[in-house]
Each structure stands twice: as structure tokens, then as C-alpha cells.
Design a protein around this ligand. Structure first.
Ligand code: PGA
Length: 272
């Protein structure tokens, strides 16, 4: 009997590996409101040798004030630099905002958009997430668009509906070509900064809903190529199990991205 099962398992495993091979795993740090420019230089210098042999994309999204130091410190390494937000207008009277062109000119390659903290504290809506996403991809940035349900929404059974809605809203008017520069990060709000991680199955399921939403708009073939990260208390201890899931293509890492050793362990998990 067992002899009969083996080839079946091999086929399943091969299919999972093949699907994952269509997209790039990305481990992105989200430093949030942490680190001065001098601390940025020190932390990136510490990280560089630890992630040098990564077999996945390595990104650090840092506060605006740290971008120059981060780009300088990461020069010649495999670390890409990202920002944590971008405004949707090209220029003008928007005090305190930063445009996509300013970011690319500063050497930034990625930008986090629609993080739940921005949705919760800074009035971010599905509509502004969409406008920022369009501005980012039009300027040649890679957008890491965050979606995720609150605990209340999960308990009410709205997770799938909400994730699909947020994903489709964020991608309104984004062409299939532009989608190549979009990464989605599924971040259950109840798991962010709480130490409560989604189980690997919950992460896989959430990412699966996001992929299904993309398939509904762009078709299954395109959806298979989109990198979908998990985020929310991913750390050195749980990264292996999370990134092994078929729909989890890396992670968006908050707290653990502020520690070089921990971050490098997560990068190694995604490099397997
Ligand atoms: P956390 O944050 O890893 O500290 O939970 C993740 C995020 O907010 O992107």
C-alpha cells in the first residue's frame, strides 16, 4: 500500500515546489518608527554578512529619515531598501508627504503601502491604498501592499470576504503588467506586534484567499506568479514552518527585523 502512495506524495510535493518556483520569496523588514540614521548604518553593516548568501530577495523598509544612510550602507550588498509609505501625488502642497519620484531618486526600490497601522492611526482607506499603489508602480517602485482582518472580523467570519475585498480594491486599475511589481502582504491585524502568530495553516489560508482574489481578476495563471507574504509576529522560531506553506512566499517582518541575527534566520528559512 505504502509503495502505491509514494508517487502520489511526490506529485503533490512537485506541484507545490513548481508553483512556488513561479514566484520569488521576499523577506522584507518593516522597521516602523525605529532607528536613527547612525543606528541604521550599524544595523545594516551587521546584517550584510549574515544575509549575503540568501536565496531570496532581502529588503529593509526604513523610516524616510534613514533612507540615505540605508542606501549607502547597503551599497554593493544583496539588501534592497524600501520606504514605509508613499504619497500618490507627484508633487505639490502636501506638507509632510514624500512622492514616489523622490523615493526612486533616493535609491529606494520597494515601498510598504496600506499597513494596518496606517489604516488604523492615519486614516488610510482602501481607496488611498489603491492610489498609492498606482503611484508607486507608475514610478517604477515595487509595492508591498498590506491587507488583513481584525480579530473581530475574523470571529464574525468575514476573513475571506474582507481579504478579497481589500485585495481587489488595492489593485483597482492596476494592469497585469503593473502587477508584476506588486507584492501582497497578508497581515492579520491581531498578529501584528502581539507575539500571537497565525498558525501556518491560517497564514496559508489567508494568503490563499488573496491569491484567489487575484485569480478572479487576472486569471489563475497570473495569480500563480504573484508573491504573497505573510506578516505578523514572524520570527526566527516560526519562520521555517510559515514559509514552507505553498501560498506563503516570504514575510513582512516587524520586530524581528530590528535584530540582525533573528532577521538572518528568517532569511535563511526562506532561502531553502
Ligand atoms: P511584527 O510586525 O512582525 O512586529 O508583528 C509585522 C508588520 O507589522 O509588518
Amino acid at each position: 500500500m505504502l509503495i502505491g502512495i509514494d508517487p502520489y506524495i511526490c506529485v503533490i510535493k512537485r506541484r507545490i515546489i513548481m508553483n512556488k518556483a513561479k514566484r520569488q520569496a521576499i523577506i522584507a523588514g518593516n522597521w516602523k518608527m525605529n532607528k536613527t540614521p547612525a543606528e541604521t548604518t550599524a544595523l545594516i553593516n551587521e546584517m550584510k554578512p549574515l544575509v549575503a548568501d540568501a536565496n531570496c530577495e532581502v529588503v529593509l523598509c526604513v523610516p524616510f529619515i534613514d533612507i540615505a544612510a540605508a542606501v549607502e550602507a547597503a551599497k554593493g550588498s544583496n539588501i534592497k531598501i524600501g520606504a514605509e509609505n508613499v504619497h500618490f501625488k507627484a508633487s505639490g502642497a502636501y506638507t509632510g508627504e514624500i512622492s514616489a519620484e523622490m523615493l526612486t531618486a533616493a535609491g529606494v526600490e520597494y515601498v510598504v503601502i496600506g499597513h494596518s497601522e496606517r489604516r488604523q492611526y492615519f486614516g488610510e482607506t482602501d481607496q488611498t491604498v489603491n492610489l498609492r499603489t498606482l503611484a508607486a508602480v507608475n514610478a517604477g517602485l515595487k509595492a508591498i501592499v498590506c491587507v488583513g482582518e481584525t480579530l473581530e472580523q475574523r470571529e464574525l467570519g468575514y476573513t475571506e470576504t474582507l481579504l478579497k475585498y481589500q485585495t481587489k480594491m488595492a489593485l483597482t486599475n492596476v494592469s497585469a503588467e503593473q502587477l508584476k511589481n506588486v507584492v501582497i502582504a497578508y497581515e492579520p491585524v491581531w498578529a501584528i506586534g502581539t507575539g500571537v502568530t497565525a498558525t501556518a495553516d491560517q497564514a496559508d489560508e489567508g494568503n490563499g484567499y488573496v491569491r484567489a482574489a487575484i485569480a478572479e481578476v487576472y486569471g489563475a495563471e497570473v495569480a500563480e506568479t504573484v508573491t504573497i507574504q505573510y506578516g505578523g509576529s514572524m520570527n526566527a522560531g516560526n519562520a521555517d514552518e510559515l514559509v514552507a506553506k505553498v501560498n506563503v512566499d516570504g514575510g513582512l517582518i516587524g520586530g524581528a527585523s530590528l535584530k540582525a541575527q533573528d532577521f538572518s534566520v528568517i532569511v535563511k528559512a526562506a532561502s531553502k
